[in-house]
Design a protein around this ligand. Sequence first.
Ligand SMILES: NC(=O)c1ccc[n+]([C@@H]2O[C@H](COP(=O)([O-])OP(=O)(O)OC[C@H]3O[C@@H](n4cnc5c(N)ncnc54)[C@H](O)[C@@H]3O)[C@@H](O)[C@H]2O)c1
Length: 320
Amino acid sequence: MIIEGKKVVVTGAAGFIGSHLVDKLLEMKCEVVGIDNLSSGKEEFLRSAKRKKRFKFIKYDLLEDEGLEEYMDGASIVFHLAANPDVRIGESNSSVHLEQNVIATYVVLEAMRAMGVPTMVFTSTSTVYGEADKVPTPENYGPLVPISLYGGSKLAAEAMISSYAHTFDMRAVLYRFANVVGPRSTHGVIHDFVEKLKKNPDELEILGAEPGTRKSYVHIEDTIEGIIHGTHVAQERVEIYNIGSEDLIDVKTIADIVSEEMGLKPKYRWTGGVDGGRGWKGDVKLMHLDIQKLMSRGWKPKMRSADAVKATVRSIIGKK
Ligand SMILES: NC(=O)c1ccc[n+]([C@@H]2O[C@H](COP(=O)([O-])OP(=O)(O)OC[C@H]3O[C@@H](n4cnc5c(N)ncnc54)[C@H](O)[C@@H]3O)[C@@H](O)[C@H]2O)c1
């Protein structure tokens, strides 16, 4: 699928991944309409994009505002990233993922259908696999049994996108990401640790039981390259790709990297977690995606999990 020079729409454009994607699409000479309600996204992430004539930012809430069709006019691809990506929040608020991840996706699909936009690129997640028996987990693993409301909402959105693609002659590329990290990230374990250590450099509270969950972390640069490459080489009406790094690390190793990069030696205080060591209800204990499919088509992540984490800590604390 050709992306270069096309008119595209990016929802969640001011977010962590969305703003990097906007920068890349502008480099590729696309005309980009960025949509975001700025609930967690930041306009400052679009500072460089806003200098380009081919970029238009629309502050717009997918659930509250009207007139989305207007912005889709003439677009070839919608990159739909807007969502609530906070896995933990599902435990205390059972409607937010349904609204922001499922209903919002329906709203975007309906606007695409009305305007004849042929392709959706969607950012899904490793959490759709739940606690897979097969690790590393390939795209064709099943049955998919998510254990968080977030994972459930993303799987529901995937199913809806697939059914729209087949019913209304559209195409879709679905990306299931491992934990994406890098500059402009505003949530997640690395942030949590940096913030806690800034407040108390002597002790670090860690959710869960030592050595914590084991997961794969992929750098934003590898992620963006993967999204663009996978979309270029997509073959199926609904193509699904995992994007992750080639290995995984545990939470203790992340705590070690953050402490070392900040020049600290804190005492670790594990909370013990829930359900035999999870950080919170719905937290998957072991996540490692099989990324052979996209690699066999020519993409390769440059960083392993520890390198991606280290680079992210450095970008947060401003260390070269
Ligand atoms: N970061 C990760 O590790 C990760 C992993 C798997 C999947 N994802 C998915 O990737 C996408 C981007 O995630 P991110 O980490 O950049 O998160 P993010 O919170 O930085 O980005 C989401 C963006 O969507 C916007 N948004 C939310 N609700 C909206 C609404 N109703 N209308 C308009 N805009 C709205 C937010 O303001 C934000 O800018 C999400 O779909 C997320 O589920 C992220």
